[in-house]
Design a protein around this ligand. Structure first.
Ligand SMILES: *Cc1c(COP(=O)(O)O)cnc(C)c1O
Length: 365
């Protein structure tokens, strides 16, 4: 039996009538750009994410740019982020005008090591972008304490962590702003590109809204120079239809993770994901470590079991950052992990039979 990495078609079939009605409504109302469906999703998502404001935008990458531009990041500033993430996190630091300072991960949770943050701070540092990677919150108490001690802002990259909690508090509510992606494969996914930046700060919300809409709140009144980053009505309606299911889907991922944990933690050479105390993981990805990762992936793929590597190269070692002349020794955990990590099939609807197929194939290897 082949096992897909994720199954978006199955998710659609399960709620087909709700999605089809949402799309038909947008077409009927000609509400393709802005309009009631976008406004409704912004309200719905703000409530779900426990924040005051949700500013929708075109994708999770733009969301990072909008947050930094609204915080007035400028040339010469430095922003600290993790060595282990998708490139959007660090690339938007550059596009906002600043320079990225990478920190190693902590060796167990795949999230930024607070001790490394402290060591990376210089007089030019203005902010920190922790990433709740794979769906596990970063160590927010330690990060917020460092930020407040040094007068830095924090933007949480929540692209993989919808509804995750740290010590009972929703991610995305710790820093000045938080960014979300609704890329189709994310825990809450649109049927195209979509994103949002959230905040409890009224001034920041207004500025991010202006920045995303050509620099103005009223047509032809451009107060500043912005960009064009819109959530379209179709995606907004689809996301509003999916949002009520997100809590159940999250539970489905957590139950699937528990099944993998129980079966795989005894297997020699496999490290299952470690969840730190007080952190609630939402398993956007279920990523194991194995010293012969490439051979294991080949074995699983040959049996029709799809896997992924998130990500094959630590950010500081990508050609895009060759100007920094970083070495693997500077980021021992992130750089060691890039050779060992393997993400297994993980989605809310995965069946015990599908998981059993994955588990038996790993045991056979
Ligand atoms: C997906 C993702 C993004 C970017 O989101 P897009 O919607 O694809 O632009 C940013 N950061 C992380 C950690 C992500 O996983």
């Amino acid at each position: 039996m082949a096992v897909p990495f994720a199954d978006l078609q199955l998710q659609y079939q399960n709620i087909k009538s709700e999605i089809d009605a949402a799309m038909a409504g947008v077409i009927r109302d000609n509400a393709f750009i802005r309009g009631p469906y976008v406004d409704a999703f912004e309200r719905d998502f703000a409530r779900a994410a426990s924040v005051k404001h949700c500013v929708s935008c075109a994708n999770g990458t733009d969301a990072l740019y909008l947050a930094m531009a609204a915080l007035k990041v400028k040339l010469g500033d430095e922003v600290i982020t993790t060595a282990h993430s998708w490139i959007s996190t660090s690339a938007m630091i550059t596009h906002a005008g600043a320079s990225a300072r990478f920190c190693d991960t902590d060796g167990t949770t795949f999230t930024i090591d607070p001790a490394a943050i402290e060591a990376a701070i210089t007089p030019r540092t203005v902010g920190i972008i922790p990433v709740h990677l794979y769906g596990q919150p970063a160590d927010m108490d330690a990060i917020m304490a460092i930020a407040s001690r040094h007068g830095l802002w924090v933007i949480e990259d929540c692209a993989q962590a919808h509804l995750a909690h740290y010590k009972g508090k929703m991610v995305g509510t710790f820093g000045s702003a938080a960014t979300y992606s609704f890329y189709p494969g994310k825990n809450l996914g649109a049927m195209g590109d979509a994103g949002a930046v959230v905040t409890n700060d009224d001034v920041l919300a207004k500025r991010m809204t202006m920045l995303a809409r050509h620099g103005g709140l009223v047509k032809h009144q451009h107060q500043i120079e912005g960009i064009n980053s819109r959530l379209d009505g179709m995606q907004a309606a689809i996301l509003s239809a999916k949002l009520p299911h997100l809590a159940d889907w999250t539970k489905g991922r957590q139950e699937a993770a528990a099944i993998y944990d129980a079966a795989l933690k005894q297997v020699e050479d496999i490290d299952v994901p470690q969840v730190a105390a007080g952190r609630q993981h939402v398993y956007h990805l279920y990523t194991i470590k194995h010293v012969r990762r490439d051979a294991l992936a080949k074995h699983l793929n040959a049996k029709g079991i799809q896997t992924a590597i998130n990500y094959p190269t630590a950010l500081p070692l990508l050609p895009a950052y060759s100007r920094f002349e970083h070495t693997a020794e500077q980021f021992p955990h992130a750089c060691a992990d890039q050779a060992n990590i393997l993400s297994l099939p993980m989605f809310a609807e995965i069946t015990p039979a599908q998981q059993d197929e994955v588990i038996r194939a790993i045991r056979a290897f």
